[in-house]
Design a binder for this molecule. Sequence first.
Ligand code: SF4
Length: 65
Amino acid sequence: MRVVVDSDKCCGSGQCVLTAPDVFDQRDEDGTVLLLDAEPPAELHEAVRQAVTLCPSSAISVVED
Ligand code: SF4
C-alpha cells in the first residue's frame, strides 16, 4: 500500500491522526496533514483505509499493491 495526501485539500480536522497516529500527524503551523509513513506495514492498512473513509476533505488516497 502507498499512501498519498493532498495538503491543499486538508481542512485540518485531525480524523486521520486519531485513526492512524503512526501514519499521519498534523503540522504545528497550520494543522494540515503530515504524512509520516507513505508505505505503512500491513497491520496498519485497515486503519489507513478507515482514515480515507473518515477524512471530511477526501484529502487521503491509497494505491493498493
Ligand atoms: S482527516 Fe483529512 S482533513 Fe482531517 S487532518 Fe487528516 S487529511 Fe486533513
